[in-house]
Design a protein around this ligand. Sequence first.
Ligand SMILES: Nc1ncnc2c1ncn2[C@@H]1O[C@H](COP(=O)(O)OP(=O)(O)O)[C@@H](O)[C@H]1O
Ligand SMILES: [Mg+2]
Length: 167
Amino acid sequence: MSLLDRYALECSSHSPAQTHRLGTRFGEVLPCGVVVALTGNLGSGKTHLSRGIGDGWGAEQELRSPTFTLVQEHRRSKDRVRLYHVDLYRVEKASDLASLGLDEIIEDEQAVVLVEWADRAPNLFPPNTIYIKIHIISDTKRQILFSAPNEQMWQILLSFRKNVFGV
Ligand SMILES: Nc1ncnc2c1ncn2[C@@H]1O[C@H](COP(=O)(O)OP(=O)(O)O)[C@@H](O)[C@H]1O
Ligand SMILES: [Mg+2]
């Protein structure tokens, strides 16, 4: 078992609604200063999960897959924390990335940053990142793998597990 396995949590989802709900449970325990790196093929459910995360976190506007904007900023009413929803699908070269100003966003400790297609920028992610990988198992079944690179991020996943399973 690798170190990563020690800090991993596997969930399965049998419907888009269930994926949304898992996202909501995760968004509810997501503190500021954390980056979420989301990967999975086209149609795996990244947007469904993200929308749930936004709901759980308390975003005033629904999270959408932005077509032209690569970064969308969300707010919630209860505090001044921002959620940045980033979609790297269209990012092809390192220079595209540089022009997005992502470094600054990611260093913002008063924000939550959710990055779809995170594998397009593997070097972007700091230690305060939680990784989520979605695998398509069948038409309606998805495996959703949450992992943490260290003990601190793992504590957040433990809160998430408690929020979902009660233990
Ligand atoms: N368990 C599931 N979780 C999420 N999406 C599912 C699931 N089963 C089927 N789907 C379908 O897969 C697609 C996922 O779309 P979307 O969330 O936009 O994916 P992505 O953003 O990864 O491209 C939708 O058409 C949805 O109805
Ligand atoms: Mg999408």
